[in-house]
Design a protein around this ligand. Structure first.
Ligand SMILES: NC(=O)c1ccc[n+]([C@@H]2O[C@H](COP(=O)([O-])OP(=O)(O)OC[C@H]3O[C@@H](n4cnc5c(N)ncnc54)[C@H](OP(=O)(O)O)[C@@H]3O)[C@@H](O)[C@H]2O)c1
Length: 270
């Protein structure tokens, strides 16, 4: 029997590439996003598409019901939908901050709650949460995005050992820089939120430094292949990382004390 997979945020970037790769590898794939028409490109590969907004409980409940009615089960959930609301902590409104947490954390948590009963009954399932190296190292002007990914890391670590006894794996994926719509969206938010900011000069330096790295970012297929590897591992690790600067950043976090990391970031903003 082909494993049945739901991947959120399949209308672009990592999600789209992963839906394509998993379908090519024989999985029954449901791709979900708000921009349903963007997922038409996946239909020739056999991917089934569903409109879903991860801040709308009704649309998430309906999407899971639709899959369970059609397939009788859901084996793998890939919580990939997400975006970056960049801006100085002081400048980002709490409304925007809440929305960041709703999409990146609570949306993923709600989908996990909806799929877990079926997975527990069958004593099989995999929940793959797309975090980031931003869930391990926090740069200035990304506070709310980092808060969301640090939260997703903690939530996944708790959940992993709650559901392991039921035969369910929870796996974190920590991409580095990947060429998708994520960068332009995050940096548009950064520039919008800092138009009249006291942090504007530092923000401009930060944005310029980030943009210079963008051509070096990895293609999304690097993460799609990593997700496939994690799904197919007999004894999966708790976390997998790949992509531009992922390994050096995670190593730096392990080796450097907070003071050393702070001085690197302060240097960057000078
Ligand atoms: N690109 C990177 O450098 C990078 C690095 C580390 C981690 N990540 C993470 O990787 C994941 C995928 O991002 P990406 O790089 O592939 O960016 P992307 O190209 O912008 O794709 C983001 C996807 O998330 C979906 N999404 C956003 N808000 C949503 C909502 N409220 N409800 C449902 N879907 C929503 C979007 O679909 P709709 O707008 O159509 O709904 C889109 O399909 C994110 O969690 C991101 O934080 C990215």
């Amino acid at each position: 029997m082909q494993p049945v997979v739901l991947i959120s945020g399949a209308s672009s970037g990592i999600g789209m590439e992963t839906a394509h790769l998993l379908a090519e590898n024989g999985y029954t794939v449901y791709g979900a996003a708000r921009r349903v028409e963007r997922m038409d490109a996946l239909k020739p590969y056999g991917v089934k598409t569903i409109g879903m907004d991860v801040v709308d409980d009704k649309s998430m409940t309906a999407a899971i019901k639709h899959i369970l009615d059609n397939e009788g089960r859901l084996d793998i959930l890939i919580n990939n939908a997400g975006f970056g609301f960049y801006g100085a902590v002081e400048d980002v409104s709490l409304e925007d901050a809440r929305y960041q947490m709703e999409v990146n954390v609570l949306g993923a948590a709600r989908l996990a709650q909806l799929v877990l009963p079926g997975m527990r009954d069958r004593r099989y399932g995999k929940i793959i949460n797309i975090s980031s190296i931003a869930g391990k190292v926090a740069t200035p002007f990304g506070g709310w995005y980092h808060a969301s990914k640090f939260a997703l890391e903690g939530l996944s670590d708790s959940l992993r050992n709650e559901v392991k006894p039921f035969g369910i794996d929870v796996i974190l994926i920590e991409p580095g820089g990947i060429k998708t719509e994520w960068g332009p969206i995050a940096f548009d938010n950064l520039e919008k939120s800092s138009e009249k900011s006291v942090y504007k000069v530092a923000v401009t330096k930060f944005a310029t430094a980030f943009r210079k790295t963008m051509d070096k970012h990895s293609d999304p297929d690097v993460i799609a292949k990593l997700i496939l590897k994690a799904i197919e591992a007999e004894r999966p690790k708790a976390r997998y990382s790949a992509g531009y600067m992922a390994k050096p950043t995670l190593l730096m976090r392990k080796l450097l004390c907070d003071k050393m990391l702070d001085s690197l970031f302060l240097q960057m903003l000078k």
